[in-house]
Every structure is written in C-alpha cells, then in structure tokens.
Design a protein around this ligand. Structure first.
Ligand code: SAM
Ligand code: DTB
Ligand code: SF4
Length: 344
C-alpha cells in the first residue's frame, strides 16, 4: 500500500499515455471494492456496460512453429502431441467465417503459428482477409513478426486488427521466450500502428510472473504512443509437454484486478477476457465483466485449446443480461481521402 499517495482519483477516466509505474502500482494496491468501483465508473463513461464484443478464432496454420514460447502448444521444440496442419485453403477459412457470423461473431481472428509470414503465405492470407471482409465481418490476424511493408500490404487488403502480444514484462519475457526479444515485439507493433491497422496487444497471466511484472506489462501497454484498441488478457492454458505446464495457478481475484487496472489505464480500449475462460467459474467471469472486460472469444476452440461451449456462453450472457456488441458500420470502399475526393 505504499503507492496510493501518487493516485489522483479525479483523473481516472482520462485517456493518458503518460502513466507512471507508481500510479499503476497504486491502482493494484487499491482495496478491491474501490478498484472495482472506479473501473466500472470509467467503463460506463466509454461503453455500454451490458454489451460485449464477440470474436471467433481460427487457427489457419497449426503447429511446427520455430519459436520457443514456453507456454505454447505449437512450438516445434516441445512434445505436446499436437498434429501440425499446413496453411488452410482460402475457401475452407471462409466457410468457418460464415459459420462464426451465423453464430453472432462480428470479428474473425485468424492465427498462424509463424515466426513471421513468407511472401507466398502472406498472399494467401490476404485473400482470406478480403473474403472475410466481404462477409461483413471485422478481420483480425496474428501471424508473428511483420515488416512495415507487410503491415502496409495487410492494411491495403482491409485488415482491421493485428494481434501481437507483449505477453509479460520485459524482464520476465526473457525467461519465457529466447528466440526473439521484447524490442522485436515493439517494432512489429510500431509497424502495425504506422500502417494504420488497429493494434490488439495484451498478455498472459499465470506464467510465474510477480505483481510487479503484471504492473510493468500494463504500464508498457498504456504508455505506447497510442493505446492498443484491443487488449486481450489471457490466463495461461496449461499444455502438457510445455515448460509452463504445472506453473502456479492465478488467483481469480488477482485476475479480476488486472482486468480492472487495464480498464482504468486504457479507458477506450476493448479489454478482452481472452484464453482461460474454460477454467474460470462463471462468477469470476461476471466479475471480469464488472471490472470492464467487454470482449470475448466465442466458440468451442481457441487456437488449439478449449473454450467454453457456445450453449454455456449463451446461458451466461442471458443470466447476466449481456448483449453482443453490434458490428461497427462497414467502411465504404476506398480511403476516407479517396471518398472525399469522389464527392467533391
Ligand atoms: N505466432 C504468432 C505470435 O506468437 O505472435 C501468433 C499466434 S500465438 C498462438 C498468439 C498469442 O496467443 C500469443 O502471443 C500468446 O499471447 C497467446 N497464447 C499462446 N499460447 C497460449 C496459452 N497456452 N495460453 C494462453 N495464451 C496463449
Ligand atoms: C490472444 O491474446 N489470445 C488468443 C489470440 N490472441 C490469438 C490465442 C489464445 C491461444 C490459447 C492457446 C491455444 O488455444 O493454443
Ligand atoms: Fe509460435 Fe506464436 Fe506459439 Fe510462440 S506463441 S510458439 S510464436 S505460435
């Protein structure tokens, strides 16, 4: 409780990128009820508290990844028993997207187990993005590291969001992944932002990190040049065969605190209650929504691990009076400058 002196509650709700680490730690040190009160108040200033954005995930290329992320079922370095699959055909992906749309998803996220995509792979993924957009859904992709040029190509194809997580604090990161650096991650995020694609960036809890690591991760996210538009908070899905299998479980109330602090630091971001819901009680999930989480992955599979089944989620939404957030109005063809030029 040593940091509370640095907090000015009257400033909570302002969109700021100049947060200090002390302020973030002061938020973590608040009594639970005070933290929840502020988070819910700020949430209501920016969002309908009873709406949750629905995304569906599809693994478009599975396994055999050269990276060594200690949490991941898809790294080639760990024997997780996962069956590798090559990059899917465009039509097969579009079929899954149609199904997701019928089930109420407004955003379709395509994940590929790459360190970074090659030219031919990117060309095929671009066709997927165009096809999903033509269905009237928002598109998201997570393909590993990107150059500025690749990010521009994805933007030109109509990609709405790029997911690229920082996962944890910079200091803890090197204990989790050795095949790339935090700086690599920040550079891809800068390329995505520069291309004008919305950034989806968050982390994973339950990798043996301390509360300081969690505060540092959120501090890094909240002091990027612009807040990520989407902030996924994952709870580690423990996969047998990975080095993090058997790591200490996250205290559910600590998980809720992280959601609340993310909501306060990045008031306009969609905070996604991401992987890990299948291991959480419905009461914990309800507290996460109260703390300001307003996006989920819907559908029985995440990439390779389980998610709650759709019937259970529908019932939970009903019990909580939550409605799916409507899809944003589709952007007309062309850039805004081109459209202005066309009418003048
Ligand atoms: N290969 C790309 C990359 O790492 O950026 C994209 C796919 S990767 C699976 C996407 C994200 O999923 C990772 O950054 C990580 O945050 C999350 N993730 C992977 N395995 C997870 C697990 N077992 N539990 C929770 N989150 C996980
Ligand atoms: C994110 O932050 N979580 C999603 C998405 N971005 C790509 C991935 C969760 C993966 C969970 C483990 C698995 O299913 O393999
Ligand atoms: Fe590869 Fe991504 Fe898994 Fe890391 S998280 S091993 S980069 S698929």
């Amino acid at each position: 409780m040593t940091h509370t002196a640095t907090l000015d509650p009257s400033r909570l709700g302002e969109v700021r990128t100049d947060w200090t680490l002390d302020e973030v730690r002061a938020l973590f040190a608040l009594p639970f009820s005070d933290l929840m009160f502020h988070a819910q108040r700020v949430h209501r200033e920016h969002f309908d508290p009873n709406e949750v954005q629905i995304s569906t995930l599809l693994s478009i290329k599975t396994g055999a990844c050269p990276e060594d992320c200690a949490y991941c079922s898809q790294s080639i370095r760990f024997d997780t028993g996962l069956q590798s699959e090559p990059l899917m055909q465009v039509e097969d992906v579009l079929e899954k997207a149609r199904l997701a749309k019928e089930n109420g998803a407004t955003r379709f996220c395509m994940g590929a187990a790459y360190r970074s995509p090659k030219k031919k792979q990117l060309a095929q993924i671009i066709e997927m993005i165009k096809g999903v957009r033509a269905l009237g859904m928002e598109t998201c992709a997570t393909l590993g590291m990107l150059t500025e040029e690749q990010a521009r190509e994805l933007k030109a194809a109509g990609l709405d969001y790029y997911n690229h997580n920082l996962d944890t604090s910079e200091t803890h990161y090197s204990k989790i992944i050795t095949t790339r650096t935090y700086q690599d991650r920040l550079e891809t995020l800068a390329a995505v932002r520069a291309a004008g694609i919305n950034v989806c960036c968050g982390g994973i809890l339950g990798m043996g990190e301390s509360e300081l690591d969690r505060a540092q991760l959120l501090h890094t996210l909240a002091t990027l040049p612009e807040h990520p538009q989407s902030v996924p908070i994952n709870q580690l899905m423990q996969v047998p065969g990975t080095p993090l299998h058997g790591a200490p479980k996250v205290d559910p109330l600590e998980f809720v605190r992280v959601i609340a602090v993310a909501r306060l630091l990045m008031p306009r971001a969609h905070v996604r209650l991401s992987a890990g819901r299948s291991e959480m009680s419905e009461e914990t999930q309800a507290l996460c929504f109260l703390a300001g989480a307003n996006s989920i992955f819907y559908g029985e599979k995440l990439l390779t691990t389980d998610n709650p089944d759709e019937t259970a989620d529908r019932k939970l939404f009903e019990r909580l009076g939550i409605k799916p957030e409507p899809a944003p109005a589709a952007e007309p063809e062309g850039t805004s400058c081109e459209r202005i030029a066309a009418v003048s």
